[in-house]
Design a protein around this ligand. Structure first.
Ligand code: CMC
Length: 431
């Protein structure tokens, strides 16, 4: 079979070179330009990587034009309805939907590793009570590397699998410990009797003073939210994990760098910003004012929870979350005026020419905060929840990168626009 090629001609010299096109299973093929510099002496310039595939991957596929999201080929709608978070984690990390016995074993192993070394809990004492939980999460996930370093061989596939289990398990416990630190309450240890999400809820909300029953509606809603967040191919935090991991760094340090990237309001921090924005808007009467602010090129305000780099029709996760949000609030008997406000805001924005022209639709973060809020999770903590959900994706992508013979240390190039070479000027001679 002849491989398709694209011919690049340098008009200055007349030199032409054929570059091979590598086909994708779904979505655009990619032009292999690794030898471009050698052939022409040029780099490509693509700020924010809008047209650059940084890796090949078999994990997740997104069709942004048609609102499609597949994990290992399975549509997100089917996974959200019929699977569970740990089954999806298994799918991402081990490539397959497990048989019942394998899933039971996977679940049991994760539970077994949810307990944190007491030494890790000591780190929390160093944080002020009002430290942002993402700051605590990032720091404490990173400090896991101090507990698991010398005995880790990242070139060994078995070791990588063990790391995946540990980080998925411990992320929930670290998150819950951060929450307890914020509240000034004692840490609650995980229980092998509870599910992953049941454990998380119990570690967050139970107190030594009284009996706590995990609400099955909350448990199910959380499980579905985590499925919807589990992976999203080469987004900013995942690319950060891959880039840090490409240096061969400790995997927990690489995952911590993903937490740091996720925190930003343009990425996972948007769920927190959505609720803050809804609070600021306050009432339906103020919506138009904020829509106008979002449209004003001189105003930095953006409609949080709207727009996406890849989705240009709708975010399939947002569609599911919107429905779940209604169901959860109804099942829990919560009448949240913010839901009404969010729906009206969505309606008005979707009819506005500015948002229509730019293909700006609600994304995963627009409604997720309302569900977290209904479950009693404080706004500052929303991005931590996103991080727990995204952990299987981060670690699966890290594992895939290390196993890929084409991957080397990530090292982008640049186009230098600073001063041209000049001589050092002694201090007394500077103007
Ligand atoms: N409100 C108002 N205008 C917007 C928004 C918004 N939320 N998003 C994009 N635009 C405008 C933007 O100003 C630009 O307009 P113009 O062409 O006139 O300059 C145009 O739409 C294209 O935007 P962009 O910034 O070039 O798009 P991007 O792909 O670089 O950014 C984004 C994507 C998600 C960062 C951006 O849409 C945004 O800031 N949204 C709000 C934050 C948010 O909800 N983030 C969560 C993303 S989904 C979950 C996740 O990844 O974690």
């Amino acid at each position: 079979m002849t491989k398709n090629t694209v011919t690049v001609t340098d008009n200055a010299t007349g030199k032409s070179v054929d570059f091979p096109v590598r086909e994708s299973v779904h979505g655009p093929s990619v032009l292999e330009i690794g030898s471009l510099y050698k052939e022409f002496g040029y780099f490509t310039y693509d700020p924010a990587f809008t047209s650059t595939a940084s890796c090949q991957s078999k994990i997740t596929y997104i069709d942004g034009e048609n609102g499609v999201l597949l994990h290992r080929g399975y549509p997100i709608e089917q996974l959200a309805e019929r699977s569970s978070f740990l089954e999806v984690a298994h799918l991402l990390v081990h490539r397959t939907l497990p048989k019942k016995s394998n899933l039971d074993e996977f679940r049991a192993t994760i539970k077994k590793h949810m307990l944190l070394n007491q030494g890790i809990l000591n780190f929390f004492n160093g944080f002020h009570y009002d430290a942002h939980p993402m700051a605590m999460l990032t720091a404490v996930v990173s400090s896991l590397s101090a507990f698991y370093h010398d005995r880790i061989d990242i070139s060994d596939a078995y070791h990588r699998e063990q790391i995946a289990i540990r980080i998925i398990a411990k992320m929930a416990s670290i998150a819950a410990a951060a929450y307890k630190h914020m509240c000034g309450h004692p840490v609650v240890y995980p229980s092998n009797q509870l599910s992953y999400c049941g454990n998380l809820l119990n570690m967050l909300f139970s107190m030594p003073t009284e009996q706590y029953e995990v609400n099955p509606i909350a448990e199910k809603a959380l499980d579905q939210l985590f499925i919807l967040h589990a992976d999203h191919e080469q987004n900013a935090s995942t690319s950060t994990v891959r880039m840090a991991g490409s240096t061969g760094t400790n995997p927990f340090a690489a995952i911590a760098s993903g937490c740091a990237a996720l925190w930003g309001p343009s990425h996972g921090g948007a769920n927190e910003s959505v609720i803050n924005m809804l609070n600021e808007i306050g009432s339906v009467d103020n919506i138009q004012k904020y829509i106008d602010k979002a449209k004003d090129p001189n105003d930095p305000f953006r409609l949080m929870g709207f727009g996406h780099r890849v989705y240009k029709s709708f975010d399939p996760r947002a569609k599911i979350i919107r429905q779940t949000c209604h169901e959860v609030l109804e099942a829990l008997g919560i009448n949240d005026a913010k839901l009404e406000l969010a729906m009206r805001l969505e309606e008005i924005a979707l009819q506005d020419e500015y948002f229509v022209e730019r293909n700006l639709y609600p994304n995963v973060d627009f409604y997720s905060g309302l569900i977290y809020k209904a479950l009693g999770i404080p706004t500052q903590f929303f991005t931590v929840m996103f991080a727990i959900g995204r952990t299987p994706g981060w670690v699966a992508q890290w594992m895939e990168m290390l196993a890929d013979p084409e991957q080397r240390i990530s090292r982008p190039r640049q186009t230098y626009r600073g001063p041209s070479q000049r001589d050092y000027v002694e201090e007394f001679q500077r103007g």
